[in-house]
Design a protein. Structure first.
Length: 269
């Protein structure tokens, strides 16, 4: 997700710094962004000069404390672990950016804002994967988020070419709360032998007009991510979000979806 957000920013004209502590992952992230820029040129969505300028606007550092102070916006996009996120958000706040966004897909913004001295400058900025083709950004407004913060970030998202929905703070927000519930039920259907993953996905695409089925989407998001979100929502909202045994077993077996080469589908090719 961080790669996709960085791509959206550099294409829009923003000087963009990615924080990645592992050098090999920095190289991989840079290459991924350059590959998407190249595809944009091939499809006529971007000129060669535009792609070149976008690359020039991209840089990497290995720690948050190497970010410049008083940036316009910093978007946190680390794994869905509240303790990890709070630690990173505290580090970001010490750089005094005007606004801090969290790309959390489920964790209540109020719970994360407890780590901050200025929660009025903080909100949820939930992007969707892959960021370069998904138009939606969900802005999650905490009880202490200032209206000026929301309006400013909404303007930024418009520059990025995104469509915005605004939701009040609650675990799972609007999108994850509905999407995860559908995904978990689809996994239970596979577990019970109701139908194959491909046929369940086909049913939702052709019968309900979904652009992608819930199981293929789970592979794209990552089964480990979906499991983490499901456990959090179960603890916050009840047993209807209890992860199916099949999901827990697939994560334990390393079948994490596209990034691992296998999940409900074979991604090895």
């Amino acid at each position: 997700m961080g790669v996709g957000i960085a791509h959206a920013l550099v294409v829009s004209g923003a000087e963009t710094i990615v924080v990645e502590p592992v050098p090999s992952r920095s190289d991989k992230a840079r290459q991924a962004i350059e590959d998407v820029l190249a595809k944009g040129v091939q499809r006529g969505r971007l000129t060669n000069l535009g792609a070149s300028h976008a690359k020039e606007r991209l840089s990497f550092v290995d720690t948050v404390d190497r970010l410049p102070e008083q940036l316009d916006i910093v978007i946190e996009s680390v794994p869905e672990n509240p303790a990890v996120k709070r630690g990173v958000l505290r580090e970001i706040e010490r750089r005094h950016p005007a606004v801090i966004g969290s790309n959390t897909s489920s964790i209540a913004i109020g719970a994360l804002a407890e780590a901050l001295e200025r929660p009025d400058t903080f909100l949820g900025t939930h992007f969707f994967n892959p960021v370069w083709s998904m138009k939606l950004v969900e802005l999650v407004v905490g009880t202490k988020t200032a209206r000026a913060t929301v309006d400013g970030v909404r303007a930024v998202m418009t520059v990025l070419g995104k469509e915005v929905i605004e939701v009040n703070d609650a675990p799972g927000f609007a999108t994850s709360r509905l999407g995860v519930l559908l995904g978990l039920e689809a996994i239970r259907m596979v577990e019970a032998g109701v139908a194959t993953a491909a046929d369940i996905d086909k049913a939702m695409m052709l019968g309900y007009g979904h652009p992608m089925g819930p199981l293929r989407l789970t592979d794209l998001v990552g089964l480990d991510v979906r499991l983490s979100v499901a456990r959090y929502l179960r603890d916050e909202l009840g047993d209807r979000f209890q992860p199916p045994h099949l999901l827990e077993q697939m994560v334990a077996d390393g079948r994490l979806g596209q990034k691992a080469g296998r999940g409900f589908y074979d991604w090895s090719s």
